[in-house]
Design a protein around this ligand. Structure first.
Ligand code: EPZ
Length: 440
């Protein structure tokens, strides 16, 4: 059934919120579990539809997968993999499925994975993935919508990435774990999720160094060197950054727990530049405070440690109600300003000029019915709704459920008046959790 989020803006967020495990790390750890013919336990795995999709995909490959919601733990045993094909149904709903290519090829010297097409935010090419796997000795062909990769054996190699693609870095790392000899990957992505994947593989008995820098060295090990492991996923810096944007947009003051503050340096420095305050409370918590007037900032999205593309959308919403003119330059995706039209319906003064959003701050937004076109655009509309005058409805909320665990509950705890509703067969709104009558 289709769901929507209904919210009434105008309340300053306050209190505290605990961030979940990182979606974009947990999905890759789950894919890496395919390298091991034994059991791995992964903790701090958020309850998200993307995690559910990855669980189903691993099961179709023959893995035993058990997700325990209350413990946020997934236990995977990939001893009995009997299928090396990742069907289009999975890759079309979740591009992260494509990452099983490296694990399957690395372990079985063979993989068939549906080719992801473009998506709503951009072209999202995979040429660097293929180039890297070929450099390791795989023959890769594209046939009937699938990438088919085969190798007699994989051998370590020197690989230079033309751009620091997160997915290509991960696929190459995964394929190189069991290759013969060393792989040196230059201009690699440096995101915290890459470090998490390397740490996970090393805990399994792999030999990877340099993750988090632009040169990663993967020394091949033998399958029998790999061992069962228990591992805890890093916190979700993008979820944390979205709550930061929401607190700033509502001029609130709240504590964000279970984060690594240094993963958010580019984001928190922009909040300070706007006139907000960030206090580090302990190694895993910060307080964000944004009372009073906030000014404009310019933001340029870049690979880590630059400002993350995944957070530009929620920050457009926060800047839409800050004084002055802000310019956001999007350098990663061709089409990541799709929320601007919806924000204009809420009264924002935002224009797109090629890869830039020009945001002229207005005093306030007004609630409206809007549609989420992708995960982060959906989050941006919720942030806008939280600071808008009146009631907003954000439709197609399934996009948001891919990446934000319990977003309605977490924002309610921060004092927001927000609820989730679904349409029944008669197309009438049905309450599915406590809702303030003023919202109906
Ligand atoms: C990961 O996508 C994340 N997804 C994205 O998060 C995130 O936006 C992105 O990294 C950048 O940080 C997951 O981890 C599941 P890329 P990925 O390969 O790996 C181009 C979210 O909202 N490129 O670094 O697909 C590509 O076209 C999502 O949670 C090539 O040209 O990102 C894109 O423009 C969205 N050739 C850019 O690089 C290639 O072979 C970045 O892609 C590969 C990529």
């Amino acid at each position: 059934m289709h769901q929507k989020i209904v919210l009434e803006g105008g309340r300053k967020l306050k209190g505290e919120v605990t961030v979940s495990g990182a979606k974009n790390a947990a999905l890759k750890l789950m894919a890496a579990s395919l390298l091991l013919d034994d059991t791995c336990e992964i903790y701090n795995v958020p309850e998200l539809t993307d995690v559910c999709t990855m669980t189903k995909l691993l099961k179709t490959l023959g893995a035993d997968v058990d997700y325990n919601k209350s413990e946020q733990k997934v236990v995977i045993n990939a001893a009995n993999i009997d299928n090396i094909e990742a069907h289009y149904d999975f890759v079309s709903t979740m591009r992260a499925s494509f990452i099983v290519l490296g694990s399957l090829l690395g372990r079985f010297n063979e993989a068939k994975v549906a080719l992801p097409g473009g998506c709503s935010i951009g072209e999202r090419r995979i040429d660097l993935h293929i180039k890297g796997l070929e450099a390791l000795g795989a023959q890769v062909k594209i046939e009937s919508g699938y990438v088919i990769a085969r190798a007699k054996k994989l051998t370590g190699s020197k690989i230079y990435l033309d751009r620091p693609s997160v997915g290509a870095t991960e696929n190459i790392m995964l394929a190189a774990v069991l290759a013969e000899g060393a792989t040196i990957l230059s201009n690699a992505a440096q995101e915290p999720e890459i470090i998490d994947l390397a740490n996970f593989i090393n805990a399994m008995g792999g030999d990877i160094s340099g993750a988090g820098t632009s040169e990663i060295i993967i020394n091949g090990v033998k399958q029998e060197d790999l061992r069962p492991l228990s591992y805890t996923t890093i916190p979700d810096r993008i979820e944390a950054g979205t709550y930061i944007a929401a607190i700033v947009a509502t001029r609130g003051k709240a504590v964000i727990r279970n984060i690594f503050p240094n993963h958010l340096s580019a984001v928190t420095s922009k909040v300070i530049e706007m006139g907000g305050k960030i206090s580090i409370l302990d190694p895993f918590s910060i307080e964000v405070s944004a009372g009073g007037k906030l000014g404009s900032v310019n933001i340029v999205t870049q690979p880590y440690p630059g400002f993350p593309t995944d957070l530009q959308s929620p920050f457009v919403s926060a800047l839409a109600v800050s004084e002055g003119i802000s310019i956001i330059t999007e350098n990663i995706y061709e089409n990541r300003f799709r929320q601007l039209g919806e924000l204009r319906r809420m009264g924002a003064d935002v224009q797109q000029e090629s890869n830039k959003a020009i945001i002229k701050g207005v005093r306030e937004l007004t609630g409206a019915q809007v549609i989420a076109t992708d995960l982060r655009a959906g989050a941006a509309l919720i942030v806008a709704g939280l600071c808008a005058e009146g009631v907003s409805e954000v439709k197609d909320i399934h996009h948001v459920d891919r990446g934000y665990e319990k977003i309605v509950e977490k924002l309610s705890n921060l004092g927001a008046n927000i609820s989730r509703l679904e349409l029944d067969e008669t197309n009438l709104d049905v309450k599915i959790n406590n809702i303030d009558e003023n919202l109906l």
